[in-house]
Design a protein around this ligand. Structure first.
Ligand SMILES: [Zn+2]
Ligand SMILES: [Zn+2]
Length: 218
């Protein structure tokens, strides 16, 4: 039953919505007995703003990750660490000089989340309302709120990671250890990187929860 093409595979649902009463639906006709499941959707444009931010954040995170991975490979040993941090300084300065990202868009508030019922057999979507007059239908694109919330949580975790990674880059960019302090700096950076890996594991945990929810929900 899960392999019905209900439009969710692309992430975007095109639905009509009555501008008067808020009733919603799609064109699917059910051939048998419908098995409706409750979902919530939000406007796709609202989701697109969050996705764009997510994409920019991911690009920044990946550039920082590559830098930190290079640096991390050198921190086992003081001699290698000193030569690596000297040769990576230019890259660290370029990363540290990047302008801050646009403010993160807020996830859709509750009053923008619309309840719909989706048939698990045929993909028919319905949101019943008592219409007072003639329904005036407009087509629009919608996204499931669970997908929107998943992206919002990923952004939260990634922002925490980027803060840690950027702090590492700034340290390499602008700080030269005083004589005798080189090993302390190396150890402080290792500590920072351990923090980063801890938040990375948290992200994996979130992904696993999502997968488990997907299995039990389908
Ligand atoms: Zn059906
Ligand atoms: Zn209506």
């Amino acid at each position: 039953m899960a392999d019905v093409d209900d439009g969710f595979s692309s992430g975007i649902l095109t639905l009509w919505r009555c501008i008067g009463c808020g009733a919603m639906g799609n064109a699917a006709e059910c051939s048998g007995s419908c098995d409706f499941k409750r979902n919530f959707v939000i406007d796709a444009q609202r989701h697109a703003d969050l996705l764009e931010f997510h994409l920019n954040l991911m690009e920044r995170s990946e550039a920082l990750r590559r830098f930190v991975a290079e640096l991390a490979a050198s921190t086992e040993d003081l001699g290698r660490f000193l030569s690596a941090s000297a040769s990576l300084r230019g890259k660290a300065r370029a990363l540290a000089a990047e302008p801050p990202l646009q403010p993160r868009p807020d996830p859709a508030p509750d009053d923008e989340r619309m309840e719909i019922w989706v048939c698990r057999c045929c993909g028919q979507v319905e949101a019943f309302r008592d219409c007072l007059g003639v329904c005036i239908r407009r087509n629009g694109d919608f996204v499931l709120s669970v997908e929107h919330d998943r992206i919002a949580r990923e952004i939260e975790v990634m922002e925490a990671q980027v803060r840690i990674l950027a702090a590492i880059a700034r340290q390499v960019a602008w700080t030269s250890p005083k004589p005798g302090q080189e090993d302390a700096m190396r150890l402080a950076l290792r500590e920072h990187m351990a923090q980063f890996h801890a938040t990375d594991e948290k992200k994996v945990e979130i992904d696993m929860v999502e997968i488990a929810a997907g299995i039990s929900g389908g």
